[in-house]
Design a protein around this ligand. Structure first.
Ligand code: GCV
Length: 723
């Protein structure tokens, strides 16, 4: 079965590759992501050309990964330098690029490169002299390492970095670097704003869209090594033979690029597709069903990565339906996968209907007591913050609090709460803020990055997930700048200590050019953009003020929904006297879920800082702020600042017109106009509402909202995407 699908895939691959080559010279529509290889500036080309004349890749017939490497390097070097490198069997002269492992090349063996510490995926790129010839070596312990190294070599060219004396050794700090697609079998995408799902489930496995290969290339280029194909709000049908054959076809396409396929598993699948009358983890029939299901899956996909599970969360079935806990549920699936080497990524995004506990506390309360009870192939997937991907949240208190359990990070790349695909919000600074946050779990320096890379508590199973912003739109992510969020996710997953600025700089150079004006302005825009969104949507630590359901636009007034925590009013708690959620000891005491040093900081009005002030404190409107304003004035000031920042983004982009190709310039300009307009809408609607509650005058110089509160309240968006 597997080999049949595989050979069919290879034929289709060839076909789609040829097609791809024919269309490679397409206009700048964003399709190429960071796989853009247009000719570099002449002086730079001239410097590189002598260094990159010949490609030496010793390979066996059977190695699809080595073939992918050769294709990419020929395409990349050929495009960037406008000269195809010569393919050679052996090094014959200066200007070689040798891509080989010590096993595949005697020349590499002879150099005795220090590869031990690079593991299965790391690589080394080094300028060297071999048998009297000068060149560059890309080497690693595995072909996957060579693949990543080759993409890095191309990145060096794309970012115009010197090859002379190059000496790079790197390995990923995190093992599982996966995208989570919230894609449904009907091709709709939950919280997707870039068209339909790229998985054409209906036509799979017979038709293999060229996009599947380009998706794999793009991910391999940034080190992503896994993909969960279907929505965590899963249909059990994904586990039926019909759909396993489809997933297997994708796995075959992705395999040469080092990408493993995972599936979201619906906990009640034994009932829905297995004919059982229970999904109780303690039932032997249920255990048998999952064991047999795992065997079946591995017949289709021999290197299947494992399951992602959303259980007992927002109406999804789970072990608690049978009086069992999350560890018992996770271990049921983990034991089925264990003989095959698969893992379970068990999500900690839980909050219960009818649980009066502060929503921000519930995941910790459910999971932390289970520390030590999960099997060793379970990793608990925790969102970056305790609520739900808000523009700003404190780091999740579970990080650092479960030393015996591997925890993986879940970031959202798609911007459900940050203006959908239309607003520019570069998420690098947000990821950096979370990864660098100090949990103090084992004293100072216990950053979130160290929790998830396993170094703090000595875990070998490590992971990071990003909820994908990828769809069928020509530019994949709904806008050029949204691509940067996919890009930075991959780069930080490889190395969580990377800075957002450094990655943005690379991305700008690769995506546009290295023109200094463009770089300076582009960096300014990207680095300011997320804070701008925070300011015009949820300033000063406010959260979840978005309209109901689709989360598009402001809805701070909503207070009549069935579940308390669905209501924005639950989060801001504004009244005549003040605003904010008291999470100190006098309030919900969520601060106590953090290590004492962090708890003390968050509990202190003076030390918590403006950014998280109202997340942790309920304060009177006249509370004095460090700026000299009172809280009300500061709130209005932040909204104004956000609107001004959105307008600045628009103006800055206009100044770049001569430096950007017309197609991408125009689309971005239009989206920035939408953002500026919607920033004002957010500001006006929010101020109209908060003013109706606080009964305060607007600070002098601050404009009145354009419309009445009633106007903003009656706006409806029944067809907003992604819902
Ligand atoms: C996949 C939020 C989103 C939901 C999402 C959920 C989750 O509540 O609005 O669309 O469901 O998070 O992460 O499971």
């Amino acid at each position: 079965m597997y080999s049949d699908v595989f050979s069919l895939t290879r034929i289709l691959l060839l076909f789609t590759l040829l097609l791809g080559a024919a269309t490679a010279a397409r206009a700048e529509d964003g399709y190429d992501l960071w796989l853009r290889y247009p000719p570099l500036e002449k002086d730079i080309r001239d410097q590189y050309r002598p260094q990159l004349q010949r490609l030496v890749i010793p390979k066996s017939e059977q190695s699809p990964t080595l073939k992918a490497i050769e294709r990419e390097l020929v395409r990349g070097v050929g495009g960037l330098l406008e000269r195809r490198p010569v393919i050679e069997e052996r090094i014959s002269d200066d200007g070689f690029v040798l891509v080989a492992t010590p096993q595949s090349s005697r020349d590499v063996r002879a150099q005795n490169f220090p590869l031990k510490s690079l593991g299965e995926e790391g690589y080394l790129i080094r300028a060297t002299t071999i048998r009297g010839h000068k060149g560059t070596v890309v080497t690693a312990n595995s072909e996957r390492g060579l693949l990543y190294g080759s993409f890095h070599l191309l990145r060096l060219l794309q970012t115009r970095s010197a090859l002379e004396g190059v000496n790079i050794e790197t390995r990923p700090q995190i093992g599982l670097r996966v995208l989570n697609h919230w894609d449904n079998l009907d091709r709709s995408v939950e919280r997707g704003y870039a068209g339909q799902s790229i998985w054409d489930w209906w036509n799979l496995p017979d038709i293999l869209d060229r996009r599947y290969i380009d998706y794999a290339r793009a991910n391999a280029a940034i080190g992503v090594n896994g993909t969960v194909l279907n929505n965590v709000n899963a249909s059990a049908d994904s586990l039926t033979p019909r759909y396993l054959a489809k997933a297997a076809a994708l796995a075959d396409v992705f395999r040469p690029y080092g990408i493993r396929v995972y599936l979201s598993a619906r906990f009640s699948a034994p009932v829905e597709i297995g004919g059982l009358d229970t999904a109780d983890p303690k039932s032997p029939a249920v255990q048998r069903w999952w064991n047999e299901k795992a065997e079946e899956i591995y017949r289709y996909i021999p290197d299947f990565g494992g399951f992602l599970v959303k259980a007992n969360s927002e109406g999804q079935p789970g072990p608690q339906d049978y009086g069992r806990n999350h560890a018992e549920g996770a271990n049921l699936l983990a034991r089925a996968l264990k003989p095959h080497g698969g893992v379970v990524m068990w999500r900690a995004f839980v909050y219960q209907q009818d649980n009066p506990e502060d929503r921000a506390k519930q995941a910790y309360s459910d999971f932390v007591p289970l520390d030590g009870q999960f099997d060793d192939n379970v990793i608990v997937q925790v969102k970056n913050g305790p609520i739900d991907f808000q523009p700003r949240e404190p780091f999740h208190p579970m990080f650092g609090a479960m030393p015996k359990t591997p925890l993986m990070m879940e970031f959202q790349i798609t911007k459900e709460y940050l203006g959908f695909a239309s607003h520019l919000a570069y998420l690098g600074p947000m990821y950096e803020e979370v990864l660098r946050a100090d949990t103090f779990a084992a004293g100072p320096g216990s950053t979130v990055a160290k929790v998830i890379d396993g170094s703090l508590h000595g875990h070998r199973l490590t992971g990071i997930a990003g909820v994908a912003n990828i769809g069928s739109d020509r530019d994949w992510s709904g806008s050029t700048f949204n691509q940067a969020n996919w890009y930075v996710f991959g780069r930080m997953a490889w190395d969580p200590r990377l800075g957002a600025e450094e990655v943005a700089r690379d991305w700008l150079k690769i995506t546009f050019s290295d023109n200094p004006v463009l770089l300076e302005t582009g960096l300014d825009m990207m680095l300011a953009s997320r804070q701008a969104v925070v300011d015009y949507m949820t300033p000063l630590g406010l959260a979840h003020l978005m309209a109901t359901g689709h989360h598009y636009g402001p809805g701070p007034w909503v207070s009549d929904l069935a579940r308390p925590e669905w209501n924005p009013a639950y989060y801001h708690r504004a009244d005549k006297y003040g605003i904010g959620f008291d999470r100190t000891r006098e309030g919900s005491n969520a601060v106590a879920q953090y290590a004492s040093a962090v708890a003390a900081r968050f509990a202190s009005r003076n030390d918590v800082g403006d950014d998280l002030l109202l997340w942790f404190h309920h304060l009177p409107w006249d509370h004095p702020m460090p700026s000299g304003r009172d809280l009300w004035q500061e709130l209005v000031h932040r909204y104004d600042r956000g609107v001004a920042a959105a307008q600045a983004l628009q103006n800055q982009w206009q100044s770049l017109e001569p430096l950007i190709d017309p197609e991408r310039f125009d689309k971005t300009a239009r989206l920035l106009a939408v953002q500026a307009r919607e920033a004002k809408w957010w500001r006006d609607a929010s101020i109209a509402y908060f003013q109706s509650v606080s009964k305060r005058e607007l600070p002098r110089g601050s404009a009145k909202p354009e419309h009445s509160l009633a106007y903003y309240q009656q706006l409806q968006f029944p067809w907003a995407p992604g819902h």
